[in-house]
Design a protein around this ligand. Structure first.
Ligand SMILES: [Zn+2]
Length: 385
């Protein structure tokens, strides 16, 4: 087994809780990769020898970013809708339907190559693990094929048949389909089940029915909630003990207490607020209350078509009261937590060797130099991408 030593790392973010600070930073560090996993981490002066060596030139190295929320399986383009919104029209959940029509018409090959292009775009920006949802098929056949395509790119696939009620369908009848035949067809290709619990999408009782049905066949629940206004979704997520509830823009004090007490991760998606000119979620309030906070892209063709985790970091720091360290933690360790993964999101011996190298001396530059393509190297499972 070949071993690789990366040395002359100016700042190594480990997220190792046994090291000091939130990020467990080691300065003047080195790291050894062996067989796809991290074999050794520590000060460069103590580094063991290895078969190969790579000089980081004083740059910062971080765990690969974990993007725990994306909607990459789709066809079509909604640039005109974006332009209309920027011209003053308001965003409503129903815009999803235009993507549904385009997605149903696309071939498997078209959908697959589109996902491949977006995943490659994410990788170039430092994302080494991505969660991908279905939700633009909304028929049994189209949801199952969306998930089968997503599965070619990640193990973190999420069945989101309950994204929006298709035109001309009775909501109760659609929920019956989602919890019946559609769930059965989706199950072999999915790890998670998700619902868009929002006015204009699914109410709390329908959301509960979908999550309970998914859990009964072995899928873990997650939820879109409290994005467009206050609502009962976050409370439902806490009550069901879900791993994560995403958006969390409009929260009252009970929501915040419930998140803290349940341990459910609040995944904030600031690219959405940026792209829709909505108020940002208050990350500071959540962190100060002791809630675990993750950040993700929500890359999708409607409300947020960015694949950039560095942009999310910059927005979270500038607009949501997070420190650079908290934002980096939220896209690495907390992103992994939001997917129930302990093999990624940190650089510790035995963990998967997913690394990002920045053309910068510290992680702070991700927020300090917004919009600058700082990612110069990405390794996934020990291999350069
Ligand atoms: Zn989403």
């Amino acid at each position: 087994m070949t071993s690789t030593l990366i040395h002359n790392i100016g700042e190594l973010v480990t997220n190792d809780p046994e090291r000091p600070g939130l990020l467990g930073i080691v300065e003047d560090a080195a790291l050894v990769i062996e067989g796809g996993t991290v074999a050794w981490v520590g000060p460069a002066a103590d580094a063991p020898t290895a078969d190969e060596a790579y000089d980081a030139g004083g740059r910062a190295v971080l765990p690969g970013f974990v993007d725990s929320h994306s909607h990459l399986v789709f066809a079509g383009d909604r640039a005109a809708e974006f332009a209309a919104r920027m011209a003053g029209e308001s965003y409503a959940a129903g815009g999803i339907r235009t993507t549904v029509a385009a997605t149903r018409e696309a071939t498997d090959e078209q959908l697959t190559s589109h996902v491949a292009r977006l995943v490659q775009e994410m990788t170039r920006q430092g994302t080494t693990t991505v969660e991908i949802k279905s939700g633009y098929g909304l028929t049994t056949k189209d949801e199952a094929r969306s998930l089968a395509i997503a599965r070619q790119f990640t193990d973190e696939t999420t069945f989101l048949g309950a994204h929006v009620v298709p035109d001309g369908t009775d909501p109760a009848a659609y929920v019956e389909l989602v919890t019946g035949a559609m769930l059965e067809a989706a199950r072999p290709h999915a790890k998670w089940i998700d619902v868009f619990c929002e006015r204009g999408a699914f109410d709390v009782e329908h959301a509960r029915a979908v999550l309970v049905a998914g859990r009964a066949v072995g899928l873990e629940g997650r939820l879109h909630a409290n994005q467009l206004g206050p609502g009962p979704g976050v409370r439902l997520a806490a009550e069901l003990g879900l791993r994560a509830v995403d958006h969390c823009t409009y929260l009252d004090d009970v929501d915040v207490d419930d998140l803290r007490d349940s341990g459910t991760i609040a995944t904030l998606l600031p690219g959405v607020e940026f792209s829709t000119r909505q108020p940002y979620p208050d990350a500071r309030r959540l962190l100060d209350a002791g809630v675990r906070v993750a950040l993700a892209s929500d890359c999708n063709p409607g409300s947020c078509f960015t694949s950039s985790i560095p942009l999310c970091i910059a927005l979270a720091v500038r607009e949501m009261g997070m420190t650079p360290a908290e934002a980096v933690h939220a896209v690495t360790r907390r992103g992994a937590d939001a997917l129930g993964r302990d093999d990624i999101g940190a650089l510790v011996p035995g963990g998967r060797a997913d690394l990002v190298m920045l053309d910068a001396p510290t992680h702070v530059h991700l927020a300090y130099r917004p919009g600058v393509p700082l990612v110069t190297g990405v390794w996934r499972a020990g291999r350069p991408t």
